[in-house]
Ligand binder design. Structure first.
Ligand SMILES: C[S@@+](CC[C@H](N)C(=O)[O-])C[C@H]1O[C@@H](n2cnc3c(N)ncnc32)[C@H](O)[C@@H]1O
Length: 218
């Protein structure tokens, strides 16, 4: 087995962000605003390098239809929206108007608000009401971990062949290794075991931030 992934201390992570992710002024402002408004929850926001990855993935699959489960203050949605086709649309699912009011403000300032539809409701309800046809090009899952398998099973059949599913926090801060008494880590571990056996997709797991699973619909 060749070298494992680099362990990033703060300095190396700063280097990675500066040289590989390049958040613009608006994104930096959103990061700062989120930390100021919700200092205890700000770590829910994806990292800049995850953001640039989402933009790149959306462009790579020429995404015209995208879905996000878990929007918070809108950083990941902004990243996806910036990678959509000219007529592309992103459906965002969240239960919080408090968080997503901030998101809406930033989407407006970024000029992507027309591309995004936000539905405030439990995400499972929103997903189950979607067209069952396989029309989704890209989806991103980053909400309550206990529902990950249920979200997956709504999204996979609706994803077109060659479309991508991106799932965040699949390492649960390393707690997947000893998940028995940790409901969130246990749910993630069960999800990881589940998708590994799912022959509808091919997948890879990347140690970016808290770990993402990247799956391609067959
Ligand atoms: C980790 S944060 C998402 C971070 C976001 N992707 C970003 O880049 O900033 C999780 C979000 O999921 C939302 N959420 C939690 N349970 C939910 C549910 N059942 N349905 C929809 N959204 C939910 C929370 O309100 C929160 O905004």
């Amino acid at each position: 087995m060749t070298r494992k992934s680099a362990q990033l201390d703060d300095q190396l992570h700063d280097y990675l962000v500066e040289h590989g992710a390049r958040p613009d002024e608006l994104q930096r402002e959103l990061i700062a605003d989120t930390a100021r408004l919700w200092p205890d929850s700000a770590e829910m926001q994806i990292s800049p390098e995850q953001g640039s990855l989402l933009t790149l993935l959306a462009k790579s699959v020429r995404a015209g239809t995208a879905v996000e489960v878990g929007t918070f203050t809108g950083y990941s949605a902004l990243a996806i929206a910036r990678g959509l086709n000219r007529d592309g649309r992103l459906l965002c699912c969240d239960i919080s108007t408090e968080y997503t009011d901030v998101a809406r403000d930033y989407w407006r300032r970024a000029g992507v608000e027309e591309r995004i539809e936000l539905r405030i409701a439990p995400a499972l309800r929103t997903l189950r009401a979607l067209d069952p046809e396989p029309t989704i090009d890209l989806s991103f899952v980053d909400a309550d971990k206990e529902s990950y398998i249920a979200y997956w099973n709504e999204l996979v059949p609706r994803t077109r062949p060659g479309g991508l599913l991106v799932v965040d926090n699949v390492l649960a801060g390393g707690r997947v290794l000893s998940e028995q008494h940790d409901p969130t880590a246990h749910a993630i571990h069960e999800f990881n075991r589940y998708v590994l056996r799912d022959h509808r997709v091919e997948l890879t797991m990347l140690p970016i931030s808290d770990g993402i699973t990247l799956a391609r619909k067959l």
